[in-house]
Design a protein around this ligand. Structure first.
Ligand code: TYM
Length: 344
C-alpha cells in the first residue's frame, strides 16, 4: 500500500485534501484553472490528496448512460493528463465507494431544510422549474459534505462557486459534533483563491464561464484545438481602453479583468506582475499573447488525454486501485459514524 493510504487515528485530523469534479461532459478552462490545476499543485505540497470523479452528483440531472461512462473516463484522463499522479494522489470515481452515499444519507438527516433552501446553486440550476427538479439536485450539498467528511478531509480546493456548499459542509460537521457531543468531523477549510477562482465567460465578464452556457464562444474547453482557442480569444469581448499597469486600473472592467486573470493563472503569475509587463498595451497586442499561452498549456494536456483514452483497461485499473485505497480510508470513518449514532 502506498504511503498515501496509511491509516490515521480516527478523530485526529491530519492535513488531507479532498476535491471532486462532475463528469457531466465538456470541461472548461474554468474547471482547469479553478480546480484541476490546483489539485496538481497541492499534491506536491505537504498534503495527502484524494481526488474524485463525482459521478453520483452528475446524475442529479439525467445523463445518457453511454455518455456518462465515457465522461467518467474522460474526466479521469484529464486529471492525469494535467499532471495528477495516481502514485501521489488517490484518484477514483464516487460510485465505486458506497460509503459516500451511506454517509450522504446520514447527512440528509443532519442538514436542515432551511439550510438547503438557501443554496443559490440549486436555485440557479433548477431555474423557474424548481418543482420539477430532482430531489437529488436539492439534497446534493449534503452528499458533497459526505464526500469530504468521509475522509476527514481538512482542505478542499475549489472554485469560488462552491464556497456556499463548503460553508454547509462546515455547518453539517459542527451540528453532527454538537448533536452527538463528540469532536469527530473536522471543520473543513475551503482553499479558494488566486486570479482564477472565478473564470468568467468570454462573451460577458459578469457571468461565470460554464459548460452549460448556450454559446460555445463563451468558454474555452479543455479539448479545444489551437484554432478554436485563437478564434474564441479573438472574439472575446473587451472594452476600448488600453491595459493598465496596476490591478486598480481593472476595476469596473469585467472583461479586461477576466482576460488578464486568465493570462496570469495560466502562467502562475500574480496580476501585479502581469500588469507590470503588459501595462499600456492594446487588446490587439495582448490577445495573441493570451492565445499563445493558452495553447501552450492546453494543447499538451488534450493530446495526453487522447493518448490515455487509447488504453481504457489501464485507466480503469487506475480508477479501481484508487477506489480500493479510498474505501480503506472511508470505511472505518463510516463505521465509527454509525457507532456514534447508535446504528451498530
Ligand atoms: P463542478 O463539477 O461544477 O466544477 C468542478 C470544479 O471546477 C470549479 N469551476 C470553476 N472555477 C473557476 N471558474 C469557473 N468558471 C469554474 N467553473 C467550475 C468548481 O468551483 C469546482 O471546484 N459540487 C462540485 C463537485 C463536488 C465537490 C465535492 C467538490 C462534489 N463533491 C466535494 C469538492 C469537494 C461541482 O459541482 O463542481
Amino acid at each position: 500500500m502506498s504511503e498515501a493510504v496509511q491509516s490515521e487515528p480516527i478523530g485526529k485530523f491530519k492535513k488531507r485534501v479532498f476535491s471532486g469534479v462532475q463528469p457531466s461532459g465538456g470541461l472548461t478552462l474554468g474547471n482547469y484553472l479553478g480546480a484541476i490545476k490546483r489539485f496538481v499543485q497541492m499534491q506536491n505540497d505537504d498534503y495527502e490528496t484524494i481526488y474524485c470523479v463525482v459521478d453520483l452528483h452528475a446524475i442529479t440531472v439525467w445523463q445518457n448512460p453511454k455518455m456518462l461512462r465515457q465522461n467518467i473516463r474522460e474526466l479521469a484522463a484529464s486529471f492525469i493528463a494535467s499532471g495528477l499522479d495516481p502514485k501521489k494522489s488517490i484518484l477514483f470515481n464516487q460510485s465505486a465507494v458506497p460509503e459516500h452515499a451511506q454517509l450522504g444519507w446520514v447527512f440528509n438527516c443532519v442538514a436542515r431544510m432551511g439550510w438547503m433552501q438557501r443554496m443559490t446553486q440549486f436555485k440557479d440550476k433548477a431555474g423557474k422549474n424548481a418543482q420539477n427538479a430532482s430531489l437529488g439536485l436539492f439534497g446534493y450539498p449534503a452528499l458533497m459534505a459526505a464526500d469530504i467528511l468521509a475522509y476527514h478531509a481538512t482542505h478542499v480546493p475549489v472554485g469560488d462557486d462552491q464556497k456556499q456548499h463548503l460553508e454547509l459542509t462546515r455547518d453539517i460537521a459542527i451540528k453532527f459534533n454538537h448533536d452527538y457531543e463528540i469532536d469527530f468531523f473536522p471543520v473543513t477549510e475551503p482553499v479558494i483563491g488566486g486570479p482564477a477562482a472565478r473564470v468568467m465567460s468570454l462573451r460577458d465578464g459578469t457571468k461565470k464561464m460554464s459548460k452549460s452556457d448556450p454559446s460555445d464562444l463563451s468558454r474555452i474547453n479543455m479539448t479545444d484545438n489551437s484554432d478554436m482557442i485563437a478564434n474564441k480569444i479573438r472574439k472575446a469581448k473587451t472594452d476600448q481602453y488600453g491595459l493598465p499597469s496596476e490591478p486598480k486600473g481593472l476595476e469596473g472592467r469585467a472583461e479586461a479583468q477576466n482576460l488578464v486573470s486568465i493570462y496570469a493563472a495560466l502562467g502562475d503569475q500574480s496580476l501585479e506582475s502581469v500588469l507590470s509587463e503588459i501595462g499600456g498595451k492594446q487588446f490587439s497586442d495582448f490577445k495573441p499573447m493570451l492565445v499563445e499561452r493558452a495553447t501552450a498549456v492546453l494543447s499538451p494536456i488534450s493530446s495526453e488525454m487522447g493518448r490515455i483514452m487509447q488504453d481504457i483497461p489501464q485507466l480503469d485499473k487506475v480508477l479501481n486501485d484508487g477506489a480500493f485505497k479510498a474505501k480503506s480510508l472511508a470505511e472505518p470513518i463510516l463505521k465509527k459514524t454509525f457507532d456514534i449514532i447508535g446504528l451498530n
